[in-house]
Each structure stands twice: as structure tokens, then as C-alpha cells.
Design a protein around this ligand. Structure first.
Ligand SMILES: Cc1cc2nc3c(=O)[nH]c(=O)nc-3n(C[C@H](O)[C@H](O)[C@H](O)COP(=O)(O)O)c2cc1C
Length: 345
């Protein structure tokens, strides 16, 4: 139904219009429970713990889909185990000029150069305060280029959500690169850890890296720095920086299927380095149950996705949970931590 009817309709609009339409439709809260019922959420074998947060399923929605935290409850009702709202910045931002999103349908990918358009902390916070029983499954992504602005976002959101994701890795916001310097990142994470009672789990979302030795060494040093400074988990990773003249600003981030193999490799590298001290959440190109399996086999505790939702539609989170359960049954895996090696089919 989604592929035959709804997707062609959405894809006849430009990328931002179709996103706005799906967000509008998600405002009807109860409609979406129907999708979630199929998700097998509640099956104990799907439960996982990320950065100390117990979750009923390892399938999460990545940051960027609901930047202003308007429809997080409906997104959970679709069957996600957890969702990440934002990225939220302290002040309202208009982002980069359009065109700033391009669908690459032939490779199930998206290019974006949005650059954090969002309403800002003040307008978004009241929505987080109304999460009620959904709160235990909501993370919020925060960012900025000035430490004190990020700290203010952390201070205000931390009591309202299950965890905070610190985004230092969007390729579309130049100022973020300052936190790719390990000393700056260490100081920032340490600053956040001192705020309030600091029990709210903190994930750091890193930029991706290639298999090239120098790049890998720098990236893994950053991962280690974040964890040593007090991060409870790492999200691996953000979009891949690319240049493309179809985007008005000439460059942006690539997401979707082309990222998958790199995500698996990075997950394995980070899990080998810090997996005993921090949770690893794999993000990039995940669209099928066997992709989720591969991430767990590489050392992940959960996965996040965004682009596959655009191509596969609202039944995707349920389809992935059911598919993962089937794979586990065939392989005789009783819990997610039993997953190892290649998927059974
Ligand atoms: C249109 C778009 C907007 C995004 N906005 C954000 C964002 O605000 N913050 C963030 O951390 N990641 C953002 N991302 C990156 C995703 O969270 C994710 O890391 C990336 O898309 C890779 O996952 P995927 O291949 O499943 O989409 C965005 C991605 C897309 C496609």
C-alpha cells in the first residue's frame, strides 16, 4: 500500500513538502497505534538497554525526523522502541537556504543540507514536558557551537526525557567542527556531566569515518575521549559529508542505503574499543531485519534509522521487529545479546 499508493503521492511533492505532509498526518495520535500493534513490542527477547535506559525494542528513530518534537508520541506508537527528537538548538534557526533536501531514489538515499532549522529550545520544551508515559522512550538531540548554549539545552531537557544525544557531527553546521578537537569535546562532555544530578544518560553522536588509517585513528580517539569524559553511549554515526551542486549551498550529508557497510564496520571498531564501558547505537543505512542483526553481531545495543522510513513507510519499525524475531528464532537466539555471526538467511 505505502509503496504503490502513498509513496508515489509523497514523492510527487518536493522533499520538504512531503516531509511536512507526513508530519501533519502524524498529528492524529490514535491512527498510528494500528502499526505498532504488529511490532511485537513487549516480546522480552527484543528488550535492550542503551546507556542504562531499558527499551522494549532496539529499533529507534534517528534525530532529524521530528526536529521540533511535535509528533514523538505518534512515532513511538508506530512501533519504534525509542525515538530521538531534535536536533534542538538554544535559539530558533531558519537553517540553510533551499534546495536543501534531495531524494536519490535509485539508491534509497537522501542528500540534505538543512543546517538545523528549528523553533529553538523555548518553544520545544513545553512539548517535551507533556510526554507523560512516553518519556522513558524519548531521547532529545541537542547542539550548538557554543558550550554554554549546549549546556542550557541539556539543563532544561534532562529532567524531561530518558536521555540526551549530543550532536557534534552534522556536516551542515560549520561551528560544530570545533568539537572534533578531543580537548574541546572532553571539556564539553565534562561540563554537561556536572549539570544537575547528571543522572540523565548522555549519548554522543559522532561523524562517520572511512577505513583509511589516519582518519580511523582520529575518529576512534574522539570516541574514546567522549566515553572517558563521561558519555554513556555513542551513536555511530551521522551523515557522510558530500559535495553536490543540486544543494543550494553545494554540500551536505548523504544518508540511506549506501552507508550500511560503513556503519557495520564503524560499529565493530568502536564496540571493540569502548563497548565494555559504553553503549553503541548503530545508525546509517539500516532498512532490513538482517541489517539490524549485522549491527548487533558487530557489537551494537540498538539501532536508529531515518532514511528508510521515507522509502519504506510507517510499517517499517514493526516489520523490522518481526523480521528480527524471526531471524532470532531460526538461529536459536533467545536474547539480543545471543546474536553473533552472519544472519541465518
Ligand atoms: C533530512 C535529514 C535531516 C537530519 N537531521 C539531523 C539532525 O537534526 N540531527 C542529527 O543528529 N542527525 C540528523 N540527520 C542524520 C540522521 O539522524 C542519521 O544519522 C543519518 O540519516 C543516517 O541514518 P539513515 O541512513 O538511517 O538515514 C538527518 C538526516 C536526514 C536525512
Amino acid at each position: 500500500m505505502y509503496r504503490r499508493v502513498i509513496r508515489p503521492l509523497l514523492f510527487s511533492l518536493d522533499e520538504e513538502q512531503s516531509h511536512a505532509l507526513s508530519e501533519y498526518v502524524l498529528h492524529a495520535p490514535f491512527v498510528w497505534k494500528g502499526f505498532g500493534i504488529q511490532s511485537k513490542i513487549g516480546a522480552t527477547s527484543l528488550s535492550t538497554t542503551v546507556a542504562g535506559v531499558k527499551l522494549p525494542s532496539p529499533i529507534g528513530l534517528a534525530a532529524g525526523y521530528d526536529k521540533n518534537c511535535r509528533v514523538l508520541k505518534s512515532l513511538i506508537d508506530l512501533g519504534f522502541g525509542f525515538v530521538c527528537g531534535g536536533t534542538v538548538t538554544l535559539a530558533e534557526r531558519s537553517g540553510n537556504p533551499p534546495r536543501r533536501m534531495v531524494r536519490l531514489a535509485e539508491s534509497s538515499a537522501i542528500l540534505n543540507s538543512l543546517g538545523f532549522p528549528g523553533q529553538g529550545l523555548g518553544r520545544i520544551l513545553p512539548r517535551a514536558a507533556r510526554l507523560g508515559r512516553y518519556r522513558s522512550r524519548v531521547f532529545v538531540s541537542i547542539s550548538g557551537s557554543i558550550e554554554d548554549e549546549i549546556a542550557e539545552c541539556y539543563r532544561q531537557f534532562a529532567p524531561l526525557v530518558a536521555g540526551i544525544e549530543l550532536n557534534i557531527s552534522s556536516p551542515n553546521t560549520v561551528g560544530l567542527r570545533v568539537f572534533h578537537d578531543p580537548a574541546r569535546l572532553r571539556a564539553l562532555v565534562e561540563q554537561l556531566r556536572k549539570i544537575g544530578d547528571s543522572r540523565t544518560p548522555l549519548l554522543v553522536k559522532l561523524p562517520p569515518w572511512s577505513h583509511e588509517a589516519d582518519e580511523r585513528r582520529v575518529a576512534l580517539a574522539l570516541a574514546e575521549t567522549a566515553v572517558n569524559a563521561g558519555a554513556d553511549g555513542l551513536v555511530i554515526a551521522n551523515t557522510i559529508p558530500v559535495e553536490d551542486s543540486r544543494l543550494k549551498v553545494g554540500k551536505g550529508g548523504l544518508s540511506g542505503s549506501p552507508l550500511l557497510d560503513n556503519t557495520e564496520r564503524m560499529t565493530a571498531e568502536v564496540a571493540a574499543l569502548v563497548g565494555r564501558h559504553a553503549s553503541v547505537v548503530s545508525c546509517g543505512g539500516i532498512s532490513r531485519a538482517d541489517d539490524v542483526w549485522r549491527m548487533f553481531a558487530a557489537g551494537a545495543s540498538a539501532v536508529q534509522l531515518y532514511t528508510a522510513m521515507v522509502y519504506e513507510g510507517p510499517a517499517l519499525p514493526s516489520r523490522l521487529s518481526r523480521g528480527l524475531l524471526e531471524l532470532m528464532e531460526v538461529a536459536g537466539a533467545r536474547t539480543l545479546s545471543d546474536i553473533s555471526g552472519p544472519p541465518p538467511y
